[in-house]
Design a binder for this molecule. Structure first.
Ligand code: NAD
Length: 251
């Protein structure tokens, strides 16, 4: 068979936040490209549905329910994992709150899931020698925050800028161990996250028209980029924030 640098054949990949949206699409595309996947999420029903949708069912994939806000659950997840070729730190939440209405509870919850959990998981995977040499860690950051800010998005944007800074730092620290770190920075993608009642359908329809490509992203648009960052095709890329936003941040 001819060598395909974009293939994930023979690789084992962990994906967090895999019960829906970008995480589910990433699990499906990784599997389609030949990877063995370990999927994790706080939502057992959604995780089961993703598992059911995996295009190759050969008994090698696994799912583990984890609440990433709990340090002991992150540690136990890391203990249960095989050695990995890839890790996708994707789980995240968004809440739009204007600064005067921010509460400590909202700040802490968004920070815990979007920023602290990927840091703790990465630390655990490295300390427990779960990442192979070579291997790839991908963080799902956001174009909103890193490349553009909007009202009400202060805490979410802060966590996404933070995770990009962490990604670049770990890329610097872990390069000598053969571990690459990169992020994807999506614009608005059609998932539960943007349909959680914070923006009306009318506002979303209006916003879409401002995109040069005239549409929001689909979860697979982001999954394809993540597959690339996990594959050997990107083996000289580390410390890069890859913006995938249909041109959202150009104007
Ligand atoms: P989503 O809501 O469909 O998926 C997020 C997943 O994270 C869910 O399955 C959820 O159960 C899981 N999760 C939440 N809290 C958790 C916890 N405590 N422990 C474990 N899992 C938990 O949304 P999505 O759009 O697919 O989001 C995926 C990532 O993409 C997030 O990091 C998000 O910030 C980022 N992102 C999304 C968009 C967008 O427009 N949809 C844009 C930029 C960045």
């Amino acid at each position: 068979m001819t060598y395909n640098p974009f293939s994930l054949s023979g690789k084992t990949v962990l994906i967090t936040g895999a019960a829906s949206g970008i995480g589910r699409a990433t699990a499906i595309e990784c599997c389609r490209m030949g990877a063995e996947v370990v999927i994790t999420d706080i939502n057992p029903e959604g995780l089961e549905e993703t598992f059911r949708q995996l295009p190759v069912q050969n008994g090698t994939h696994s799912r583990i329910v984890t609440d990433l806000t709990k340090e002991e659950e992150i540690e136990s997840l890391a203990d249960r994992l095989p050695r990995l070729d890839g890790c996708v730190n994707n789980a995240g939440i968004m809440k739009l709150v204007l600064t005067p209405f921010l509460t400590t509870e909202i700040i802490e919850r968004i920070q815990k899931i979007n920023l602290i959990a990927p840091m703790m998981l990465t630390r655990n995977l490295v300390k427990k020698k779960k990442m192979k040499n070579p291997s790839s860690i991908v963080f799902t950051a956001s174009a909103g925050g890193v490349f553009r800010v909007s009202a009400g998005n202060g805490i979410y944007a802060t966590t996404k800028c933070g995770i990009d800074a962490f990604m670049r730092t770990t890329a610097l620290e872990l390069g000598s161990k053969g571990i690459r770190c990169n992020s994807v920075n999506p614009g608005m993608v059609e998932t539960n996250l943007i349909r959680s009642g914070q923006l009306s359908e009318e506002q979303l329809e209006k916003d879409k028209k401002n995109y040069p490509l005239g549409r929001y992203g689909q979860p697979s648009d982001i999954a394809y980029a993540i597959v690339y960052l996990l594959s050997d095709a990107s083996s000289w890329m580390t410390g890069t924030a890859l913006k995938i936003d249909g041109g959202m941040t150009l104007a």
